[in-house]
Design a protein around this ligand. Structure first.
Ligand SMILES: C[S@@+](CC[C@H](N)C(=O)[O-])C[C@H]1O[C@@H](n2cnc3c(N)ncnc32)[C@H](O)[C@@H]1O
Length: 220
């Protein structure tokens, strides 16, 4: 599938797939949305309530932007598992401008994340271990009650509806600890009803720029 680089409204790059008419991040601002949805409404509240290691599962590792932002903003130890069936080519990764846009000196950290082997738990920095899983989510055996946070960053329901169906969602819920959070940019009604039917407390929060709402769900 052809992938192209695009610049979003906050100046950060993302990847566009013409065949799906879908981008990897919000065109209203890729870094801005990732920081709001996954860091501000995921990582920060969870770490405020816990001094232990935070275990994160990301559905759709993609360019590694969420992993990079997590390492930069984390206040404690992180074990990060990111699944992706279709890893992004290095040639495209090298055209992304995250490091310049975020500022600071994070190139060693990002390169370590991007170059780490797939399907192995790897120490990419002090207090940050990363396991990139090259597999379809449909084939993944989710460890039960293991994760504190799920970053649900699949392509949108219009582009890839199967990711938002109950089979995938029940796998996510199974992987969360009691009290754990699933956070996503999506606010689709059926998706929220399905999470409720799986026993989650579902909250609609104001969305990032350009979007009315986002969703955070807690495992009861
Ligand atoms: C919205 S993008 C993720 C963006 C990413 N979080 C980032 O910051 O760059 C969705 C990702 O889901 C991956 N994907 C699509 N179908 C999948 C599947 N069945 N199982 C696992 N990953 C899948 C795609 O390859 C893509 O990288």
């Amino acid at each position: 599938m052809k992938r192209e680089i695009l610049i979003t409204d906050d100046g950060s790059t993302t990847i566009f797939i013409p065949e799906m008419d879908e981008t990897y991040h919000s065109t209203h601002g890729g870094i801005q949305e990732a920081e709001y949805v996954f860091i501000k409404n995921g990582l920060v509240p969870v770490q405020a309530n816990s001094k232990r290691i935070t275990r994160i599962f990301e559905m759709g590792f993609g360019t590694g932007l969420n992993a990079l932002l997590t390492a930069i903003h984390s206040k404690g130890a992180i074990e990060y598992h990111g699944i992706d069936a279709y890893p992004v080519e290095m040639e495209l990764i090298s055209q992304l401008n995250y490091l310049a846009e975020i500022g600071g000196k994070h190139s060693e950290l990002y390169n370590s994340m991007i170059n780490s082997a797939w399907n192995e738990l790897f120490n990419v920095a002090n207090d940050f271990t990363l396991c990139k899983i090259n597999m379809k989510i449909e084939d993944y055996s989710m460890p039960a009650d293991y994760f504190d946070i799920i970053y649900f960053d699949a392509f949108g329901p219009r582009a890839q509806s199967s990711m938002w169906e109950i089979e995938v969602l029940s796998k996510m819920v199974e992987g969360l600890k009691t009290g754990g959070l699933l956070t996503t940019y999506c606010a689709m009604g059926q998706f929220k009803r399905d999470l409720k039917s799986l026993g989650m407390k579902v909250e609609a929060l104001p969305g990032p720029p350009g979007k009315r709402e986002m969703t955070v769900a807690t495992k009861l």
